[in-house]
Design a protein around this ligand. Structure first.
Ligand code: GDD
Ligand code: MG
Length: 370
């Protein structure tokens, strides 16, 4: 069976992290996020994958190539203009002659694919949508079911007064090729506002597959941090790079950690890092490769991407540092701050309350006390 992965979105809600990296390539525990999706597909023997790309496609193609290194076959189809989620699948119609899968490229889930495929076939469904229950359906696609789990309505991003269920579109579909006939060619058209409502109107059999698997859309900074916390806490099975030096603490190759460092579980440090004396790494911290953390700094609950340099006595809490960030002495970064790649935050700055700093910005000494 073939799988189409939608990876063309601009990831606007994940800016500034997605300014120079497409969302599916954002590292999760030091590996590009879609590698996790690919491994899930391999687990179910699905090895024929079509990446539908648009925004920064070369990042994905340069990393995975034709997939032969990892035992799969990847076809890349790039849109010049975004075609929308369904338009993107129409665009690869020539590859889809049998029942196929579609994945949103930003969902961390361990959904059982055998079960949803079997369910789809047994119901003779034309379109089967994985569903998950959430507290706030207004930021997703709301789905209502009839008694036999036939979908009776689909409403994308409903307002609170339209919320009649807690089940939402989990972003995985099993589809029959003939539903593609309802999608206009070469136009921007979505599953959510276009195809699904059209299939309902045409009374085509559409079913919801309710799942209680782990599920998270990683598309905002807060959820991106949460994905790391959940992975570190073992809420979803994940193969970490590196060695587990004590329960829940993984360290990559060639990383030096001074003997005075307090390293709490669960945490992850990449390869080629230097962690100096009296650094405190509290739990739920993920540090990338080639990072250095100097004396007395304190990290907790944060995600630090590759090539970051943190000077002495800095504090970083529940925040994200993009790739190649410099953090000066006694800097405080906390409360969900997001620092874009290659920024330099010089000595004494205090960044908090979800502040977002765009890539390559330099903040001079003692400028921000926020
Ligand atoms: N190729 C291509 N072209 N891909 C696209 C395009 C496009 O024009 N637009 C979006 N995508 C990709 C994104 O890269 C992402 O992987 C996926 O389609 C979904 O887009 P998002 O922008 O992340 O949508 P969302 O999170 O607001 O809502 C969607 O996901 C929810 C679950 O997280 C909808 O499918 C909702 O119904 C659903 O509940
Ligand atoms: Mg999304």
């Amino acid at each position: 069976m073939k799988a189409v992965i939608l990876v063309g979105g601009e990831g606007t809600r994940l800016r500034p992290l997605s300014c120079d990296v497409p969302k599916p390539m954002m590292p999760i525990a030091n590996k590009p996020f879609i590698e996790y999706i690919i491994n899930q597909l391999k687990k179910y023997s699905i090895k024929d994958i079509i990446f539908s790309t648009c925004y920064l496609p070369e990042h994905i193609e340069n990393y995975f190539g034709d997939g032969s290194d990892i035992g799969i076959s990847i076809t890349y189809i790039t849109e010049e203009q975004p075609l929308g989620t369904a338009g993107a699948v129409k665009n690869v119609e020539e590859y889809l002659k049998e029942t196929f899968l579609v994945f949103n490229g930003d969902i961390l889930t361990d959904l059982n694919l055998d079960e949803i495929i079997e369910y789809h076939l047994s119901k003779k469904s034309k379109a089967t949508i994985a569903l998950t229950a959430v507290e706030d359906p207004t930021i997703y696609g709301l789905v209502e079911l009839s008694k036999d789990n036939t979908i009776s309505s689909f409403l994308e991003k409903p307002s609170w007064d339209q919320v009649t269920s807690n089940l939402i579109n989990a972003g995985t579909y099993v589809l029959e090729p003939d539903v593609l006939n309802y999608i206009p060619k070469g136009k921007n058209y979505s599953f959510e506002r276009g195809l699904f409502p059209a299939l309902l109107e045409q009374k085509e059999p559409m079913f919801g597959f309710i799942s209680d698997s782990y599920w998270l859309d990683i598309g905002t900074p807060a959820k991106y941090i949460l994905a790391h916390h959940d992975i570190l806490e073992g809420k979803i099975d994940f193969r970490f790079e590196g060695k587990e030096i004590k329960p829940g603490v993984w360290i990559g190759k060639n990383t030096e950690v001074d003997s005075t460092v307090k390293l709490a579980s669960p945490s992850l440090i990449g390869s080629n890092c230097r962690i100096e004396s009296n650094v405190k790494i509290a739990g739920l911290t993920a540090i990338g490769n080639n990072c250095s953390i100097k004396k007395g700094s304190h990290l907790e609950g944060c995600v630090i991407l590759d090539d970051c340099k943190i000077e002495e006595n800095a504090i970083i809490e529940n925040s994200i540092l993009g790739k190649g960030v410099f953090v000066g002495k006694k800097v405080y970064i906390g409360e969900g701050a997001v620092i874009g790649g290659n920024c330099a935050i010089e000595e004494g700055n205090h960044l908090s309350r979800g502040i977002k700093i765009w890539p390559s910005t330099r903040i001079e000494k003692d400028k921000i006390r926020f």
